[in-house]
Design a protein around this ligand. Structure first.
Ligand code: NDP
Length: 394
């Protein structure tokens, strides 16, 4: 029997030989730190798995905290707001809302809670992954990190118009999330940019709050499904500016505050520019899942959203086979609900799936040779010796 095959199991997954480099195998690495990633960190932390979280570094769509970092007040995350409690005449507690938290405040609270239970968080971006054998490999700053399980929570990024004025008024009248920010525009006139299902859905939702909603779309035909366009057409509060694109967002500044007051619209048929007053602009031209580093390694739909198995968070590889130990949660695998609370819920599911996987499939030891090619070969030998590869997934 070779030196490797005869190596003893070592708690914590450490193993050293003269030929091999000593490496640490973590229980779980979490990629991403929106509500999905931080909830997965909280749950795996409480399961005593000491999760290592790579939050992103702000480059290449890896914003630590994710989309909540560009959200103002979060009014729809159940139970999270500043409150005071009094009691009624029967001594029953009565909560009073004092103030809602902003997205960045919520992320800070979630991160602190995860860290309290042992999560180790780093503002670093994952450059590369190798899920072809166990332990799973995640490369950060040129350094390899190994884990028994990886939870992917890289989220999605809203697509923007990429106008300098859009950047200037983001969060001050320009938003990419009607559900998050619509209630801030009560009784106001707003615009929604786009002609897909998201634009129709956001516009229809916004009519609950706003005086009027104008859909600005660059064509006459819609990418959106017929039923959703018809629903929008039947809504008296919705107006249409077709064959049009916004070329500039105009506003006013008062001290630290800024307001959108109008947009400059270019008519693509006549070429004419026109200034149209509005109080807000919702950009709804699609989202892009942040899954580029997993392309070719995991099963994804045509839009790049990771496909998971059934109601679990378990991933398949690009051949449709189960990828042992890899789980996905949050917006990187969900283009339907896309809410902080649904992302957090799926982060909890991923943590439970990962914990069960680790319990059912312990790795005996972690090893890495000096060159990556022999690393793969050695891992194959280890998995044959361990006889546990790709089994017992939840
Ligand atoms: P889509 O890609 O379907 O639509 C994007 C829209 O934005 C298109 O009309 C496109 O115009 C327009 N657009 C893109 N880039 C620009 C730009 N730079 N300037 C101006 N307009 C632009 O994205 P959605 O987010 O709407 O939908 C994504 C997926 O999610 C779809 O599969 C959709 O069906 C699904 N979805 C389903 C929902 C539901 O069933 N309830 C709700 C929301 C989404 P053009 O058409 O000219 O290319």
């Amino acid at each position: 029997m070779s030196e490797i095959e005869s190596a003893p199991a070592v708690p914590g997954g450490r193993f050293t030989t003269t030929r091999m480099k000593r490496v640490e195998v973590r229980n779980v690495i979490i990629i991403g730190s929106g509500p999905a990633g931080l909830t997965a960190a909280l749950y795996t932390g409480r399961a005593n798995l000491k999760p290592l979280v790579f939050e992103g570094d702000g480059f290449e769509e890896t914003t630590p905290g994710g989309q909540l970092m560009i959200t103002s007040e979060v009014e729809n995350y159940p139970g999270i707001y500043k409150y005071s409690i009094s009691t009624d005449e029967n001594n029953i507690p009565l909560a009073k809302i004092e103030e809602f938290l902003t997205g960045p405040e919520m992320i800070s609270i979630l991160r602190t809670q995860a860290q309290h239970f042992g999560a180790e968080c780093h503002y670093k971006r994952v450059e590369e992954v190798d899920f072809s054998c166990r332990p799973l490999r995640v490369k950060v700053d040129g350094e390899n990190h190994f884990a028994e399980a990886v939870i992917i929570a890289t989220g999605a990024s809203a697509k923007w118009l990429n106008l300098p004025s859009e950047e200037e008024y983001k969060n001050f009248g320009v938003s990419a999330c009607a559900t998050c920010d619509g209630a801030l525009f009560k009784g106001k006139d707003v615009m929604v940019v786009g002609g897909g299902d998201t634009a129709m859905e956001e516009a229809t939702y916004l009519t609950r709050h706003c005086k009027s909603v104008t859909i600005v779309h660059r064509r006459e035909e819609f990418r959106s499904s017929r039923i959703m366009v018809d629903r929008a057409r039947e809504n008296d509060k919705i107006k249409w500016l077709l064959n049009s694109r916004i070329v500039e967002i105009l506003g006013e500044k008062q001290g630290f505050r800024k307001f959108v007051t109008a947009v400059k619209i270019n008519n693509l048929k006549t070429g004419q520019d026109e200034v149209v007053p509005t109080d807000g602009v919702f950009v709804a031209i699609g989202h892009k899942p942040n899954t580029e580093i997993f392309r070719g390694k995991l099963d994804m739909d045509e839009l790049g959203y990771i496909r998971t198995r059934g109601r679990s968070t378990v991933c398949n590889n690009s051949n449709g086979e189960m990828t042992a130990g890899v789980f996905a949660c949050g917006d990187c695998q969900d283009h339907v609900y896309r809410q902080a609370i649904t992302a957090a819920g799926s982060g909890c599911m991923a943590a439970i799936d990962a914990e069960r996987f680790i319990t059912a499939n312990p790795i005996l030891y972690g090893i890495e040779s000096e060159d990556s090619q022999s690393y793969v070969k050695l891992m194959e030998r280890v998995s044959i010796a361990g006889g546990r590869e790709k089994s017992g997934q939840p």
